[in-house]
Ligand binder design. Structure first.
Ligand SMILES: C[S@@+](CC[C@H](N)C(=O)[O-])C[C@H]1O[C@@H](n2cnc3c(N)ncnc32)[C@H](O)[C@@H]1O
Length: 280
């Protein structure tokens, strides 16, 4: 029974995707297919939705995602949909659920919607629509969480994927870190100049460093929203070589944070601050 329901949903999406433009309702980029409640719970759990969050559901259908975000997770938000009837239905459902003061439903095109106030964006769209939205999503404030039911963002790999009946994907909008960065840090023997050259594809980063002009590899680079971490081995003196564990927050052209040199009782902790001196 459940299998045939899933098959119907799949066929409905597939048929819509294959329809020639002239036969499809021209304004609608995606048909209305509601997300099952257990999948909505998983999307909102995965995005770690909390009372301070502002959730935007793009193509909000009957309003169920946003109403759940308000009712179970204490968030506020906006849903946008082109279908006037679904907007009326959503408003009535929000009223009935007692969350009408925290959610709003607007009849408008998701592509013409300002997304910048969202801390979380929820989507159950189609692959082509996701791809058209991708540049706008990537440009959002670092740390914004994007969560999608069933469909991905092309070669922008999700940060987390879960599967509970359906696939759900989470992306954390990454800070833009590509370029050349410079800093001075206190190492044994005085202040030393470190240069980082970082390359970036979405949240995936790599590159290399220099300590006082000597090449050093960057190990374990990670970017999670505006949080960056990586390791450089300080091997200027083989007898006292140690790893430098950097953790910091990116804010425009500055990264600032804590640096641990070494491990155990030999560990020392320092502040660090790097400035971008050239974009990639
Ligand atoms: C698959 S449904 C998802 C509904 C809801 N978000 C959920 O997960 O239950 C997609 C919705 O997008 C709406 N839609 C399609 N094209 C749109 C567009 N360009 N702008 C806004 N909404 C659109 C449809 O009317 C439909 O309600």
């Amino acid at each position: 029974m459940r299998k045939s329901l899933l098959l119907n949903v799949f066929l409905c999406f597939s048929a819509f995707a294959l329809l020639p433009r002239a036969q499809a309702q021209p304004m609608f980029d995606v048909p209305f297919v509601p997300t099952p409640h257990v999948v909505i719970d998983e999307m909102l759990r995965l995005a770690d939705v909390k009372p301070g969050d502002f959730v935007m559901d793009l193509g909000s259908g009957d309003g169920r995602v946003l109403i759940t975000a308000a009712k179970k997770f204490g968030a506020r938000g906006i849903g946008v949909d082109l279908d006037e009837q679904l907007i009326f239905q959503s408003e009535a459902a929000a009223e009935q659920a007692g969350v009408a003061d925290r959610v709003k439903f607007l009849q408008q095109d998701l592509f013409k919607t300002d997304l910048t106030q969202a801390t979380v964006i929820t989507m159950y769209l189609l692959p082509g629509v996701m791809m058209r939205l991708r540049p706008q999503l990537f440009a959002l404030r670092p740390g914004t969480r994007l969560v999608s039911h069933d469909f991905r963002l092309g070669d922008w790999s999700p940060d987390v994927t879960t599967q509970i009946r359906k696939n759900t994907f989470l992306w954390i909008v990454p800070a833009k870190v590509a370029g050349k960065w410079q800093m001075k840090i206190p190492l044994p023997g005085g202040d030393h100049a470190i240069t980082l050259e970082l390359r970036q594809k979405y949240q995936e980063i790599d590159g290399f460093a220099q300590i006082d002009g000597r090449h050093a590899q960057i190990w374990e680079p990670r970017l999670w929203g505006d949080r960056l971490s990586f390791v450089i081995v300080d091997d200027r003196d083989r007898d006292s070589e140690a790893s430098l564990y950097f953790e910091g927050r990116v804010s425009g052209d500055v990264i600032a944070g804590r640096l641990r040199r070494g491990a155990g009782n030999a560990q020392t902790i320092h502040d660090w601050r790097a400035v971008r001196v050239a974009a990639q």
